[in-house]
Design a protein. Structure first.
Length: 68
């Protein structure tokens, strides 16, 4: 995964994924192009998943520190 993908905000990643899905839904897309779009989307999805997991950890940390 590139640092560029990791540095984007979650909302930007979601917007990019939406655009990629639209490209994949185009019936005229060539197989090689579809594979490249799919690979790109998977990288973005992995980065978004990592960002969500990090946010969840931060929330758990904050919630845990306020319960004490």
């Amino acid at each position: 995964m590139s640092d560029e993908t990791n540095d984007k905000k979650l909302s930007e990643q979601i917007d990019e994924l939406s655009a990629l899905v639209k490209r994949l839904e185009d019936p005229s897309i060539e197989l090689e192009d579809a594979l490249a779009v799919y690979e790109s989307g998977m990288k973005i999805a992995q980065a978004a998943q990592k960002a969500l997991e990090q946010a969840e950890q931060r929330i758990e940390t904050v919630s845990g520190s306020t319960e004490s």
